[in-house]
Design a protein around this ligand. Structure first.
Ligand code: NI
Length: 209
């Protein structure tokens, strides 16, 4: 559980839950209804191999009800999937929108057309997961702090100074907007091990079916 010192233009900051988008941290067993809700949400998330995850997303130009609806839908999927971040391409929409939260109980935040305008020279290696690559966790090195310029869902300007887990989640989700996945940001060995684990899981699922 990382503590962040993020400053949002409008939201208070707090303590953070699971890593981007989900993290393996020996959690207590989940209640069956939580698992069912999570699995239902994950069914809406595009998985590795879907071309939309490799497509550079376009700028959002309309700040209308459709955008607000999309923000709400993505926040609901993120919550139910027990993730702390979700980018629009992960639900099949190729435009530059992401949602994330900084603490388990904090409201989801939406960043539209986010841009990293500054990154710290200090970097840190942490394990990351991704709702689009279930069961895989790899180490990713990223700047510890970033300054992000974005818009809110109404088109208002946001400047976000993020550190720690918040900075990591935002960078992970912005990567999604550029068609970049954690597999691209880890070592060759970890990428190979992850691909092997995915193949084994597929094979196990196929033989169980
Ligand atoms: Ni992800």
């Amino acid at each position: 559980m990382a503590e962040t010192e993020a400053q949002h233009s409008e939201q208070p900051d707090a303590q953070a839950p699971e890593g981007p988008d989900a993290k393996p941290e020996a959690p207590p067993p989940l209640a069956p209804e939580v698992v069912a809700r999570r699995d239902a949400a994950l069914a809406h998330v595009r998985k590795l191999g879907d071309p939309v995850l490799r497509t550079k997303a376009g700028l959002v130009e309309r700040f209308d009800d459709a955008l607000s609806d999309e923000v709400r839908r993505m926040a609901a999927i993120m919550n139910d999937a027990l993730g702390i971040g979700l980018a629009a391409p992960q639900v099949g929409i190729s435009h530059r929108l992401l949602v994330y939260r900084v603490a388990p109980d904090s409201p989801p935040l939406a960043l539209v057309n986010p841009e990293i305008t500054w990154s710290s020279r200090d970097e840190e290696i942490q394990e990351e997961g991704c709702l689009s690559i279930p069961l895989v966790h790899v180490e990713v090195e990223r700047p510890i702090a970033v300054l992000v310029r974005a818009q809110d869902e109404l088109g208002g300007r946001l400047i976000i100074e993020a550190t720690g887990l918040e900075a990591r989640v935002i960078q992970h989700e912005i990567d999604h907007l550029d068609g970049v996945l954690i597999l691209d940001r880890t070592t060759r060995e970890q990428r190979k091990a992850a691909m092997r684990a995915l193949r084994d899981a597929e094979r196990a699922a196929a033989s169980a079916a």
